[in-house]
Unconditional design. Sequence first.
Length: 268
Amino acid sequence: MRAMISFKDKVVWITGASSGIGEALAVAFANEGAKLILSARRIEELNRVKSSLKIADENVFILPLDLANTTNIDDLTQRVITKFGKIDVLVNNGGVSQRALVKDTPIEVDRKIMEVNFFGTIALTKSVLPFMLKQKGGNIIVISSISGKFGFYLRSAYSASKHALHGFFESLRMEIYNDNVKVLVVCPGRIRTNISVNALNSDGTKHNKMDESTDQGISAEECAMEIIRATKNNKEEIFIGRKELRAVWLKRFFPKLFSKMIRKQKQE
């Protein structure tokens, strides 16, 4: 049987590490013995996450990053290489959701969501990729969503950005297959995080409201463990959640029934 990946002393860069799935992944990878780069916009929250980890200070590197502005991304990547000498795992987790109708949303807000969720993610990936190719190995983990498989109320740009990630990273996976760099696309359903609280309204302001369905989702910690397990087993795509995942199957095999049922879902 093929031996599973060990993360002992691996260098793992996590975006969106200040809360939610990113924070839970930081804890999980630290417990696996990895060295971490924690990135997000809020440095005080990154320091809070760092202080909670059972890991030596020198094995955690706080590196603030705004995915909406990646003009300095190569400089940030070089800082990581200078610090640790390599990057074994890149976790593209940072992103922003949406709670707004298409008719009410100006194109500037759509562009912002695409900039963060798609262009920011691929900019970082393209910056890190040459180092993984040079070292002949690595893992790229992309946090998409089941909204990357179908559209839903109030999430037009968010869903579009996640659909785009699938197209990009499925293509990348083919291109680097023989270079021993693996790509895992993760499609969470309802995970109990602040994703709806931090989502953008039509005017670009924070939604500041917890969706009832999100609050009833599985924990970020459970989600993180599923991601760790899938990476160790070289999975290419996984779905994490409960009964909401049935919608993906329904959309594929019974599209007309899916359309009828999804329109009856609560708009939140």
